[in-house]
Design a protein around this ligand. Structure first.
Ligand code: DX5
Ligand code: ZN
Length: 220
């Protein structure tokens, strides 16, 4: 079985000590940086934008996984590639021409991800799953860190895993929102490959140890 990955969400970092928190992720057992970009339209919150991502990219030594919670993401695909994104995830609910958007992301040399809100059924991806490198299942309603995990996510992971296998796709499954050591193992058992963790990592007293323990737990 392939190694299960941990992606700390920088949204929960201390923005006044961003370089310190990026170095923590660099030195930890974490695999990816998860970067949440919110526009205040697709979601009722604004996070940070291009200058901050540029600063993060300068110090980050691991894969940069950018989660766009913005309307009309096609406008910025090229910009996010230039800013150092390795994976660019758009929301299914924000894309009128999803297939075209996925091709445009890949044309810029990035892996293409699609995020689904908690209310969006897995079956909407039946015709695109072979073109998707990563599906991000939202296990909270997007917009804020620190929310509680929605239990129905386990069913969705299992349904998505079945779809990926049926179609012979190599898509990774990422879970985003409310991930802790209480649900991590069950998510991986259901088929998850990547766990995003914001508050659970950054609000803990020993962040390096928390990442280490979470990584060990999901790979045990
Ligand atoms: C929510 C974001 C998440 C968030 C996760 O809209 O997409 O990535 O940062 O934070 P926690 O782990 O605190 O739920
Ligand atoms: Zn996210």
């Amino acid at each position: 079985m392939s190694t299960k990955l941990i992606a700390p969400s920088i949204l929960a970092a201390d923005f006044a000590n961003l370089q310190r928190d990026i170095e923590m992720v660099n030195q930890s057992d974490a695999d990816w940086f998860h970067i949440d970009i919110m526009d205040g339209v697709f979601v009722p919150n604004i996070s940070f934008g291009m200058p901050v991502l540029k600063a993060i990219s300068k110090h980050a030594k691991k894969t940069i996984d950018v989660h766009l919670m913005i309307v009309d993401p096609d406008r910025y695909i090229k910009t996010f590639a230039e800013l150092g994104s390795n994976i660019l995830t758009v929301h299914y609910e924000a894309c009128t021409h999803l297939h075209r958007t996925l091709q445009a992301i890949k044309a810029e040399g990035m892996q293409a991800g699609v995020a689904l809100n908690p209310h969006t059924n897995i079956n909407v991806l039946e015709d695109t799953i072979n073109d998707i490198d990563l599906v991000c299942l939202m296990s909270v309603n997007p917009g804020f860190g620190g929310q509680s995990f929605i239990e129905n996510t386990y069913n969705k992971v299992a349904q998505l895993k079945t779809l990926i296998e049926q179609k012979g796709a190599s898509t990774k499954i990422e879970i985003d929102g409310g991930v802790t050591n209480k649900n991590a193992k069950q998510l991986v058992a259901a088929g998850a490959d990547v766990l995003v963790a914001g508050s659970y990592v950054f609000k803990s007293s020993n962040q390096i140890q928390t990442v280490k323990d979470l990584k060990a737990l999901v790979n045990s």
